[in-house]
Design a protein around this ligand. Structure first.
Ligand SMILES: Cc1ncc(COP(=O)(O)O)c(C=O)c1O
Length: 401
């Protein structure tokens, strides 16, 4: 008798992470000997600052080898509470903080903790690839609201209000944004906050993972600092981008205690407390100087100018000026329907794959970020690589007729 087995429906329904998919293909081409410039991954090209690495080594020597409390070590949660007060004007105690295995894990935890099947999650688009898939996993319904190119890809308060229904449970967005680099101003966030205040059953997930990579004069504003909606906002952040610690896998939420308790309960059954050594390193990152983080920010800012300048020279490309993060997000739709004689470019997926196959430049199609006219180009690479990538892109598109 033969058994018919298959994956669970929830996994069959899941999309593969587009950014990781592109990176895999780029690695394969590189292994075949091609000179691939990989600008698809969302990762700082800097090393973790030394004082943070030293803290990890000390944690090993000091014997932090066992299970940690599910929500994180008390000194780390205290360091995060202090950081939130210092940088974000958010006053929560350690009991409101849950540390997880990266901000990605924190986001997924919150969605699973709050969203019931059929409840709606408003996602400001363009959005980070995993948001809609996390909502799907929780049997929630994504309601995607598009930010217009002419508004620097930002959703207006009016658009947000129009998307609210009796089923809305959560609204989520990242500022600074991946993939667009857009930063919501304090005025914009206060206007969004005023709408949230009218709906006590709606929660806001503020993804602030790019907080320290913000080039605006105004600087970062946290929607969680607005007193009227403090209990409705879940602030998510971590160490990956600002401190160049992607592999260490530390993220956190700060939220009302009943939400933090729910997340802790879930995490206690699924993963337990995250890596003990990384927690000790993160404690030093949150308590310590931001000097290195600001140096990295300055480098990203310089590269932003370089890449946006070069991309704007390419005929047909429409390029916004990102205010934060380390991505350029050109609209390349002028090339849809064109061909190099062999390959017809129908959409951003075709464009991105064609660039990788023909020019060996790895980017990510905007379709996976809810923006099918664009491609995402990471600027977290050496200047020479960025210049060469832009030159290759320019030469490649010149062959499209
Ligand atoms: C907007 C956004 N949120 C969250 C994350 C996840 O961060 P972490 O590496 O801490 O899981 C990323 C990583 O690319 C991101 O771009």
């Amino acid at each position: 008798m033969s058994l018919t087995v298959s994956l669970a429906d929830r996994i069959n329904a899941l999309e593969e992470s587009a950014t990781l998919g592109m990176t895999k293909k780029a690695r394969e081409l590189a292994a075949q000997g091609h000179k691939v410039i990989s600008l698809s991954v969302g990762e700082p090209d800097f090393k973790t600052p030394k004082h943070i690495c030293d803290a990890a080594k000390k944690a090993i020597d000091d014997g932090f080898h066992g299970y940690s409390p599910v929500a994180g070590y008390p000194d780390l949660r205290k360091a995060i509470a202090d950081k939130l007060k210092r940088d974000n004007n958010i006053e929560w105690g350690p009991e409101n903080i849950v540390v997880s295995t990266g901000a990605k894990h924190s986001l997924a935890n919150v969605i699973s903790t709050l969203v019931n099947p059929g409840e709606e999650v408003i996602i400001f688009s363009p959005y980070w690839v995993s948001y809609s898939e996390m909502v799907k996993l929780a049997d929630g319904v994504s309601v995607v609201v598009d930010g217009a190119f002419d508004n620097n890809f930002k959703v207006t308060p009016e658009q947000f209000e129009a998307a609210i229904t009796p089923k809305t449970k959560l609204v989520m967005f990242a500022s600074p944004n991946n993939p667009t680099g857009s930063v919501y101003t304090e005025a914009e966030l206060r206007a969004i906050g005023a709408i949230v205040a009218k709906h006590p059953n709606i929660f806001v997930m503020a993804d602030e993972i790019y907080e320290y990579i913000n080039f605006t004069e105004e600087g970062h504003f946290s929607i969680g600092s607005i007193p009227e909606i403090k209990n409705q906002v879940i602030t998510v952040n971590g160490v990956a981008k600002g401190h160049a610690m992607t592999g260490w896998r530390i993220g956190f939420i700060a939220a009302a205690k009943w939400i933090a308790d729910g997340v802790e309960k879930l995490q206690g059954q699924v993963t337990s407390g995250t890596n003990s050594i990384a927690q000790k390193a993160a404690t030093v990152a949150f308590n310590g100087t931001l000097e290195e983080a600001y140096k990295m920010k300055d480098a990203y800012n310089r590269r932003r100018g370089l890449v946006v300048g070069l991309l704007r020279e390419i005929p047909g490309f429409k390029v916004n000026m990102p205010d934060g993060a380390f991505y350029a997000f050109p609209d390349i739709s002028a090339y849809f329907g064109k061909s190099d004689g062999t390959t017809l470019i129908k959409d951003s997926d075709d464009f991105s794959m064609w660039l990788l196959d023909g020019a060996f430049v790895a980017t990510v199609a905007g379709s996976s970020f809810g923006a099918p006219n664009c491609i995402r180009i990471s600027t977290a690479a050496a200047d020479e690589q960025l210049v060469e990538a832009c030159e290759r892109i320019k030469a490649a598109v010149a062959t499209l007729k």
